[in-house]
Design a protein around this ligand. Structure first.
Ligand code: GN1
Ligand code: MG
Length: 399
């Protein structure tokens, strides 16, 4: 089957090896190695698109084509030769996707990317430089797309980060209890119920001047940044399936959730699940080094809260999938979605105990970048030194 698919694409050489790559919770991914006539080898990433999640794969590919071409133009304009974008390989008939029918006669869609060489990605990292560069990579992505015509973007998953709609859907599915799993998760449900009020905080103002729509990535996991193996700098932001208009708070909040947590997403030992403040600071500094100039005060004031909201949202999504019989996220073992829920809930608890510190640091780090403008800042945003350690004394990064 895979050979039949590869044959439809514009790839030079002979297939010598193919392996499955298990990262990612949604699409299925393979790496194929080809040998060219001159003896050199080239690798490609083949992805089977999960059409339960992405119902309209051509729309998704159109977004990716538009955004990567634009990013490339921006990089050329800025003389940036160190960063890259994922390159889509077209089919022999010049399409961005191909499809084949599976044994049941259902149409399955595949796409191919050039493999990004000399790069590495991390599912987790405690290294502050890597974390700083992850924040910087997503900040840079957002900054470069600052003037991208948003009307060109298709909504690949409707209401993707509408936390309140996610909450309402969970409540509906609890009533249906299709798998009889609700009784087992009463504690988790109560935890979420008690936080209904924060679910609308971002969405209520999205689209206003205070929280403007921006082109956002919407899946800012640490492993969605490829790092340069030699320099440690970021090389490319990948996994652009969910690029859509959204709030920078979605990307920042989810980025910290994924990058500054001390444990795996499905950690069973909940005492290990914490928000590491040094990693949080590193990511925040990296992100703000790219984005501080264009942020509004409202966005700044919700950044710490967005970490809590995005983590709660993922707890809601994992729990909803568990209750519905694990139909959305790939699972490797029984009850994985329940363990994922519990780990996200533990992380929300820890974030709640650190919210004030996080909020102070964000403002300090931002103010540092705008030293000369203290006078014009609203009172509440002026640096208070509440973090008590002076900015950048614990962790310093040079750009
Ligand atoms: C999914 O496929 P992956 O791992 O990049 C999910 C994200 C979740 C993430 C949690 C389209 O991302 O929203 O945050 O799992 N992607 C989609 O690990 O739902
Ligand atoms: Mg993804």
């Amino acid at each position: 089957m895979i050979k039949e698919i590869l044959n439809k694409f514009n790839i030079e050489g002979e297939l010598i090896n193919i392996t499955e790559n298990h990262s990612g919770n949604i699409n299925k991914t393979f790496v194929a190695t080809f040998k060219r006539k001159d003896g050199s080898e080239r690798k490609y990433l083949i992805q089977k698109i999960n059409t339960t999640v992405f119902a309209e794969p051509y729309k998704l590919m159109k977004n990716i084509e538009g955004v990567t071409a634009y990013l490339k133009r921006q990089m050329i304009k800025n003389g940036d030769t160190t960063h890259q974008v994922p390159e889509v390989i077209k089919t022999k008939d010049n399409k961005l996707l191909c499809y084949v029918n599976d044994e049941t006669g259902t149409r399955k869609y595949y796409r191919i990317y050039e493999f990004i060489e000399n790069a590495v990605s991390y599912d987790q990292s405690q290294d502050k430089e890597i974390v700083y560069n992850t924040g910087k990579a997503f900040g840079n992505f957002q900054r470069l797309l600052g003037n991208y015509p948003m009307s060109k973007l298709e909504e690949t998953i409707k209401d993707f980060h509408d936390t309140k709609k996610r909450y309402d859907k969970l409540m509906d599915d609890i009533k249906i209890d299709s798998e009889g799993r609700v009784a087992e998760v009463a504690n988790e449900i109560v935890f979420i119920l008690m936080r209904e009020d924060i679910c609308s905080l971002i969405m209520d103002d999205l689209g206003t001047e205070e929280i403007p729509y921006r082109v956002t990535h919407n899946d800012t996991k640490v492993n969605n940044v490829m790092m340069n193996k030699d320099t440690g700098d970021f090389l490319a932001v990948i996994d652009l399936d969910t690029v859509m208009p959204g709030s920078m708070l979605f990307d920042y909040g989810d980025g910290i959730r994924s990058t500054a947590c001390t444990a795996k997403e499905d950690e069973h030992d909940l005492s290990k699940v914490k928000m590491d403040l040094d990693l949080f600071k590193a990511y925040t500094d990296g992100y703000l080094s790219e984005m501080s100039e264009s942020l509004t005060y409202e966005e700044l004031s919700l950044m710490a809260e967005s970490v809590r909201i995005m983590t709660l949202e993922l707890a809601i999504r994992f729990l909803n999938d568990y209750i519905n019989g694990d139909t959305y996220f790939k699972t490797d073992y029984d009850k994985q979605n329940l363990y994922r829920t519990r780990a996200q809930i533990a992380l929300v608890k820890d974030i709640e105990s650190k919210l004030d510190l996080m909020d102070s640091y964000i403002k300090e780090s931002y103010s540092e970048k705008y030293k000369k403008e203290f006078e014009t800042m609203p009172e509440w945003l002026k640096p208070t030194g509440a973090f008590g350690i002076g900015l950048h004394t614990v962790f310093t990064v040079t750009d």
